[in-house]
Design a protein around this ligand. Structure first.
Ligand code: ZN
Length: 250
């Protein structure tokens, strides 16, 4: 039985295959993003019925076949089944899964991405924090994990530390913030408030367990959305299906 491995992971997607099976995509610590077959997962009494579903975090024992992995045993840690009742929260969740699928790679340790997904999905079920803010935080922290962090601590041109009261500009093409003293500004530069810059710094730098522990006023949220949604769209080259559903709902 040397071909059995156990991985810690989360199910990103589950597709029906044949009459009774499912093909799942897992994001894992040990193997990165991998696909596995869950035989019989669509049979009513199958132990895989619950486990081979999106948002399930747990330990998955897999049999490593010649061309694919096969699910052998699953121990569910968290399933977030109650998220399904939360509209439109569930679509934010699917969007996060799609983003993880987009950035996840086979063979790399995806622990940080898994942790981000876990705290973000939990935040979707917290009525005290707006879904739109959860999305902003998720996207921007994801950008920072994946190496797409813009420069937000100092002016990208002169290196001056940002301070309260500065006139600041954000440039998508230059990946960062410029101070008002540095001209000429790139054509795509637009004003960013010091408060928004401070929130971006907080999202990028705070420990994961504190990430969703704050809220912002509406105008600041609106500003963050304008920056982060566009920044994420510019640094991904796919139109995400769940995002299109979300946008249609709004
Ligand atoms: Zn400057």
């Amino acid at each position: 039985m040397s071909d059995l491995i156990t991985v810690q992971g989360v199910v990103l997607s589950a597709m029906p295959v044949g009459e009774y099976d499912r093909r799942i995509v897992l994001l894992t610590r040990e193997r990165g993003k991998i696909a596995a077959f869950a035989k019989g997962a669509r049979r009513l009494n199958s132990p895989f019925m619950a486990a081979a579903s999106p948002f399930v975090f747990g330990n998955f024992t897999l049999y490593e076949g010649r061309n694919s992995y096969n699910l052998n045993h699953a121990e569910i840690r968290h399933h977030f089944a109650e998220l399904a009742k939360n509209q439109p929260g569930i679509y934010y969740g699917y969007y996060f899964l799609e983003l993880c699928d987009y950035f996840g790679r086979e063979g790399s340790d995806e622990k940080e991405l898994m942790n981000l997904l876990y705290v973000a999905v939990r935040a979707l079920m917290n009525p005290k924090i707006s879904l739109r803010l959860v999305r902003c935080i998720f996207e921007f922290r994801l950008m920072s994990i994946e190496g797409w962090m813009p420069r937000i601590y100092e002016c990208i041109s002169c290196g001056k530390q940002l301070e309260e009261g500065d006139r600041l500009f954000f440039s998508m093409s230059e990946h960062g913030i410029l101070c008002g003293e540095c001209g000429p500004l790139p054509v795509d530069a637009f004003r960013i408030s010091f408060a928004a810059a401070a929130v971006l710094q907080y999202i990028a730098g705070t420990p994961m367990q504190k990430l969703f522990g704050f809220t912002v006023k509406d105008d600041l949220l609106h500003e963050l959305e304008n920056i982060i949604y566009e920044y994420t769209a510019k640094n991904t080259d796919r139109k995400f299906r769940s995002l299109q559903i979300l946008e249609a709902m709004e």
